[in-house]
Write a protein that binds this ligand. Sequence first.
Ligand SMILES: Nc1ncnc2c1ncn2[C@@H]1O[C@H](COP(=O)(O)OP(=O)(O)OP(=O)(O)O)[C@@H](O)[C@H]1O
Ligand SMILES: [Mg+2]
Length: 215
Amino acid sequence: MRIAIYNHKGGVGKTTTAINLAYSLTKFNPECKVLFADCDKQQNAARFFCEKAASGISESRYKGISVISVADPAELPVSSEEYDFMLLDMPPALDSRTETLLAAADSVIVPVELGSFAVQGIADVTAAISRSETVFLGALVTRFDRKNSADVEMLDLIRHQLGAKVFDTIIPQSKIICNSINYRMTAAEYMGWLEPAKCFDRLAAEVIRKGTAIC
Ligand SMILES: Nc1ncnc2c1ncn2[C@@H]1O[C@H](COP(=O)(O)OP(=O)(O)OP(=O)(O)O)[C@@H](O)[C@H]1O
Ligand SMILES: [Mg+2]
């Protein structure tokens, strides 16, 4: 299953989500093989996973996770059957390159940071997705601050508008998540016993469930 993690808005948690999701998917099942396609020229995820930049597919420092840096959509492997999941960490752009990358995915997860432009942002992204045959797997609320009433109201609004197309899992705004990446660790490695880290395991379970339903 090829899943793009995409929102054209920058800094909403695409790369953080993709890295931690890859880790949880392989943690759930030691047999699981994930190909992580870093499609962003920033190469943050490729640097996170691998000691050195390499061309083609290379092993990461995590068992079960391989990495490929994709500058041009043509570099995406045509067949990824040997992998259970291919995760595409998408760049913050809405252009022909991102549309080509989206078209190469089976489904798309849209991380959303709740703010006044969040709803319009989702509409722009779902419009781009609908121009391809890719399935909109759902909006994933990230960086959620439950103490902020504006975030709580916006979550209600988005759930009302999108219904089941909003993931039950919510990724909180958390120093554990932010710091773990700064220490070049997944949230589970950094403080896996705490709630913010556990949410990625719940996300992985939900992705498997939703993904199986569309296959
Ligand atoms: N749930 C979270 N809680 C706290 N900080 C977070 C969370 N998710 C992401 N961050 C921080 O926000 C910043 C942006 O996150 P990230 O790079 O994952 O976003 P992105 O959508 O991939 O950005 P870009 O559009 O530039 O690729 C990073 O510093 C990251 O550590
Ligand atoms: Mg990113």
